[in-house]
Design a binder for this molecule. Sequence first.
Ligand SMILES: NC(=O)c1ccc[n+]([C@@H]2O[C@H](COP(=O)([O-])OP(=O)(O)OC[C@H]3O[C@@H](n4cnc5c(N)ncnc54)[C@H](OP(=O)(O)O)[C@@H]3O)[C@@H](O)[C@H]2O)c1
Length: 224
Amino acid sequence: MKKVLINGAQGKMGQAIARLIQTHPEWGLEVAVKRESGQSVLGDFDVVIDFSSPQGAQEAFAIARKHRRPFLTGTTNLPETFLFQMQEEEKIPVFYAPNVSLSVYFFTELVRQAAKMYAGYGATLHEVHHVHKKDAPSGTAKKLADVMDLAYSQVTYERTGEVVGTHTASFVSDFDEITLTHQAKNRDLFAESAVQIALWLMKRESGFYTMSDYAKFKLKEHKK
Ligand SMILES: NC(=O)c1ccc[n+]([C@@H]2O[C@H](COP(=O)([O-])OP(=O)(O)OC[C@H]3O[C@@H](n4cnc5c(N)ncnc54)[C@H](OP(=O)(O)O)[C@@H]3O)[C@@H](O)[C@H]2O)c1
């Protein structure tokens, strides 16, 4: 059994990840350390999974480096300096994605293609999330805005109820409208993907990895 340190373990994502690991013994993982804000780490672990806060992500990164263990973070709104630090990492395997869902990654690629094909159209992007979400627009919306060549200020957003996350990209002309929507049904979409990526990350060399690296690996696997 490989041991997982979950940083932000009492949070919505942390709890979803712990529950999935417990209900899937075939993944060969166990939750060994549950870390919360301000806690020191007792016990051994093979990988660090972080869904906490920008401060929490940086603390968890330092813990992973100190113990020389792979580090995965999905925490959003991270400072540029920290992103740069992770990109430069040479001691441990590091993975970061503002959206860890492989399905959302493929959706972003569809939107990228659509933005090229409907280049003369007016483009809009709208996102909806639950009322507890702290950042706006979402990390995923920022990524989509990048591929649509929109400024973040052009992204419209709503915070309502317990919506897990919906992103809608539209391309509009005087004659027609094309709409691409990704709607997350529940948080396990991200939690399951995060665990699969952690399993993959544990087999990688030191360095920085993103969804593009993981997606390439998965597409090769699909072709086999
Ligand atoms: N990449 C993705 O696909 C993806 C998907 C979902 C969410 N997210 C991101 O993941 C993060 C967490 O989301 P969530 O919905 O799980 O939020 P949440 O329910 O608010 O949980 C965050 C947890 O982290 C803890 N925490 C805060 N600061 C910490 C620190 N310094 N050290 C250790 N733990 C700390 C919080 O504890 P306290 O309550 O005591 O502060 C809380 O238990 C957010 O940035 C969110 O945007 C990313």
